[in-house]
Design a protein around this ligand. Structure first.
Ligand code: FAD
Length: 320
């Protein structure tokens, strides 16, 4: 089923559904931890599960002569295979993330063809972040530079148009596309208004819905939805929630995701003696956020698990 149909159904029936995002295991690890997470969360009847994609990373290794050698490594392969495995094992809709970074257009098309053959017809289309050590995002030769271009590429395939028009009598793919939105604006954007203009291009290009970056203050989300609607974006905007779970995250989350942590939450977390206590503060805060979002009629709440999901289980138990 298409994710947009699941969302529209929920809107029509005034329901609020649970959904979550998983990271592929680190290279060398196995899939059982992921299955344990799904086993823990499946009682909340997730509308779908997203599977993130992680581009190659840069590692500096000391050479014998005292100089450093730059090596490209891959830490989390397996997004396509994991998505297929989850769909087969749990009979649930999966949404693999496809990114521009590190992909040529042919790589992208090949990955999409694999997904289509596997019967996976839902995609979250993203640009991806800069490679570590690079100040700006650089696409590989012949790769996409913005998520808009990736959305256009997928929509071409949905019309049966493949790269270079090199094949005839093609079968169109049937992808439903989601894209990312940023209630506190994307870090590279000069202002929220221009960020929303770019978001609108993704939607006008064919994206059926938006999932937001995490936020800890619901007023950012409500303002963002208002600005999007005023800009003519009419598709559903699914809020993304992550419970704060360690003291370090007070610094790391704003650094990595360019989001604000409200004073009240930050003070409560700072006053905690242990990270176990911070986890409780984070759960309590996320429950309050979700209660308000649900009361305002959001059709789905998307949870960022970031590897550990016991806190998500607690929040979901209170809400769904
Ligand atoms: P874009 O929509 O391309 O936007 C990037 C920036 O460029 C923005 O500032 C935008 O305003 C600007 N822009 C867009 N189009 C133009 C244009 N034509 N001209 C000038 N400027 C333009 N990253 C991963 O690597 N893997 C994941 O699995 C992953 N999952 C994510 C899931 C969600 C729900 C979210 C919110 C983010 C996720 N990310 C993931 C992070 C994401 O890849 C980064 O935030 C990335 O920096 C931007 O991706 P985007 O798709 O929003 O990019």
């Amino acid at each position: 089923m298409k994710i947009i149909d699941i969302i529209n159904n929920a809107i029509e029936k005034k329901e609020c559904h649970f959904a979550f995002e998983l990271l592929p295991p680190l290279k060398g690890d196995n899939i059982t931890k992921l299955y344990s997470t799904v086993d823990m969360l499946k009682k909340f009847k997730p509308a779908y599960i997203n599977v993130t994609y992680h581009r190659e990373d840069v590692k500096y290794v000391e050479r014998g002569d005292g100089l450093l050698e730059r090596r490209i490594t891959s830490k989390r392969p397996g997004t396509v295979a994991i998505s297929a495995a989850l769909m087969a094992k749990y009979n649930i809709e999966v949404v693999p993330h496809i990114i521009c970074g590190g992909f040529s257009k042919s790589d992208t098309e090949d990955a999409l063809i694999d997904l289509s053959f596997l019967g996976i017809n839902n995609i979250l289309a993203l640009r991806g972040d800069n490679l570590r050590g690079e100040r700006v995002f650089k696409s590989v030769d012949g790769g996409h530079s913005y998520a808009t271009e990736l959305v256009e590429h997928i929509m071409d395939m949905n019309r049966g148009v493949y790269i270079d028009n090199e094949v005839e009598n093609t079968h169109p793919t049937d992808f439903c596309i989601g894209v990312a939105g940023y209630p506190e604006k994307h870090l590279e954007s000069p202002n929220i208004e221009m960020d929303i203009e770019h978001l609108k291009r993704k939607v006008d290009g064919g994206a059926a819905y938006i999932i937001t970056q995490m936020f800890f203050d619901n007023s950012h989300y409500f303002r963002f939805v208002d600005l999007c609607r005023a800009a003519g974006i009419t598709v559903p905007i699914i809020p993304g929630i992550k419970p704060l779970s360690t003291k370090n995250q007070l610094m790391l989350l704003p650094q990595a995701f360019h989001v604000d942590i409200p004073v009240e939450l930050a003070r409560k977390a700072e006053a905690c003696a242990t990270n176990k206590d911070v986890r409780e503060v984070g759960i309590e805060w996320a429950i309050k956020q979700c209660e308000e979002l649900k009361a305002k009629g959001v059709p789905v709440i998307h949870f960022y698990t970031m590897g550990k999901a016991d806190n998500i289980e607690r929040v979901a138990a209170a809400i769904f």
